[in-house]
Write a protein that binds this ligand. Structure first.
Ligand SMILES: [Zn+2]
Length: 142
């Protein structure tokens, strides 16, 4: 990786479930709800600091609450004056349960993009990532 990572590039990669740093599809997303400890291409750890998971959880919560608010507002406006309480309620429950699962990996790749932009990996972290790749960590991962 040479040069500086541009925000547009990093977030675009994150939106497509790619590693924000190297752009690879072979990132730390293992399956929809699972993760490898590192990007399988560049070797960077996604948990770059203690409590990293709070970022994706917060992002997931904000996106879900935003969609619930917009959905309720549309439901109220469309069905006014006889507000369709049950359809709106059932729709909101479905969104509240399914949307966080649907966007779960996306929140991690997007937060990883934000994280590598906020404090890009230094030479020591990149060297450690290369060393982990060379050591074949992926084949030892559970
Ligand atoms: Zn990577």
């Amino acid at each position: 990786m040479s040069g500086t990572l541009r925000p547009k590039t990093a977030f675009w990669r994150g939106l497509r479930l790619r590693c924000a740093w190297c752009g690879s599809r072979r990132t730390f997303i293992r399956h929809w709800l699972g993760k490898y400890p590192r990007c399988r291409t560049c070797g960077l750890e996604w948990r770059r600091e203690e409590g990293f998971e709070l970022g994706p959880v917060a992002l997931n919560t904000v996106i879900t609450f935003f969609c619930l608010t917009v959905g309720m507002a549309i439901g109220f406006v469309v069905s006014y004056p006889d507000i369709a309480v049950w359809p709106i309620l059932l729709s909101c429950i479905a969104v509240a349960v399914l949307l966080p699962i649907l966007i779960y990996p996306l929140t991690f790749t997007l937060w990883f993009a934000f994280d590598v932009l906020a404090h890009p990996p230094d030479a020591a972290e990149l060297a450690e990532a290369r060393a982990a790749l060379a050591a074949g960590w992926e084949h030892k991962a559970p």
